[in-house]
Design a binder for this molecule. Structure first.
Ligand code: SF4
Length: 362
């Protein structure tokens, strides 16, 4: 059943990065970025595969030099998802990346030198059917705008982005998406809100330099959650100082919590309390680890006591509740099996889970 309280998406034009549509009524797309050396194609390809398996529909690779842009050809050929080349300043790298077949560029046309260089990149992007992301970070706002606005304010970031956008529009290029990232959640939200009123391009949302796994996930969830709840955001990247595969998982959790996308089982587990009768934390972690590669959407509950657990988790498709040296397995609140001995709980649960999945898959 569609949740009537689900956020209404802002209407934008639709653009494509390879075969992935962005904007309009298309689902919000999860993307990530490799942190391998792009020149090492083999390692980069392996990381892209892991990101795609985790649910990234687009992957961006840094292109620091010509060797990296040359490696993009084999990376792009082996990648299961479209590749976006991340370019700073050097238009020759952008041309080489397009030549290698990437489906998107992240480049700010105002940063690449003169008009002729912008002409060359835009013509090549048009010829390759590639999209361009304009990405303004609070740290990259131009000096004159810093002076005009008194710092890298949300208004300054928006004005900077619009200058880059105008350079593309002047050349008849509209396959554009825009990001405005700050490490401040409130500035990020304010900037996107202003921009959303000014353009109909799809927006790539993210909080930059968000931090380590816990702090970065919380900051991203708060900032991106507010925006997505307001309908703003067509693709998101969670930036973490961590394995990028974790970024993808966090992004999906954000989408799931707003009813904007689902992937894999949702694990609900009780917070534990004085009635907890089992070492629940490792049990929940074990269940989560065992389900990491499952794609199907369903709800799994891991609860700390047999008295309240099944009732508290009665919406779960399948669940386990621990008792004193025993446990019960339940489906939609009905007990289907009682298991004796802590060591038998997980194997018995996985058996029931396999049977449940086999039944669903028909
Ligand atoms: Fe406490 Fe049981 Fe509820 Fe867990 S399920 S929070 S152990 S009452």
């Amino acid at each position: 059943m569609v949740d009537p309280y689900r956020p209404q998406r802002r209407q934008t034009r639709t653009i494509h990065v390879g075969d992935v549509p962005l904007g309009g009524d298309h689902p919000v797309v999860v993307q990530s970025m490799t942190n391998t050396d792009t020149r090492d194609a083999e390692t980069t390809i392996a990381q892209i595969a892991a990101l795609a398996d985790a649910g990234a529909a687009l992957v961006r690779c840094a292109v620091p030099d010509m060797k990296a842009s040359e490696a993009l050809r084999s990376i792009r050929e082996a990648s299961p998802v479209p590749i976006i080349a991340d370019i700073h300043f050097d238009h020759k790298l952008a041309l080489a990346a397009l030549e290698a077949g990437v489906q998107g560029l992240r480049i700010n046309p105002g940063n690449i030198g003169n008009e002729a260089k912008v002409d060359a990149v835009v013509s090549a992007a048009k010829a390759a059917d590639a999209a361009i992301r304009i990405g303004v970070n609070s740290g990259s706002v131009e000096k004159e705008l810093l002076a005009k606005f008194g710092g890298p304010t949300p208004e300054a970031m928006v004005e900077s982005a619009l200058k880059h956008v105008a350079m593309l529009e002047k050349r008849g290029f509209y396959e554009t998406k825009i990001s405005l990232k700050s490490s401040s959640v409130t500035h990020t939200v304010a900037a996107y809100r202003i921009l959303a009123e000014r353009v109909d391009y799809p927006l790539h949302i993210g909080v930059t330099e968000a931090g380590t796994l816990l702090s970065g996930s919380v900051k991203s969830a708060v900032g991106l959650g507010v925006l997505l709840y307001e309908g703003v955001g067509d693709t998101l990247r969670v930036s973490l100082t961590h394995d990028p595969v974790a970024e993808v998982g966090v992004a999906w959790q954000i989408l799931r919590s707003l009813g904007l996308g689902e992937r894999g089982p949702e694990i609900i587990s009780c917070p534990t309390c004085g009635r907890t009768e089992i070492d629940l934390i490792p049990l929940a972690e074990e269940v989560e680890a065992r389900l990491r590669t499952v794609d199907e959407v369903f709800t799994v509950a891991v609860m700390g006591c047999v008295v309240n657990g099944p009732g508290e988790a009665k919406e779960a498709d399948i669940g386990i509740a621990g008792g004193r040296n025993k446990g019960i397995i339940f489906k939609k609140g009905e007990v289907v099996r009682t298991v004796r001995g802590r060591e038998n709980l997980l194997p018995a649960f996985m058996e029931e889970l396999d049977a449940f999945l086999a039944h669903r898959r028909g």
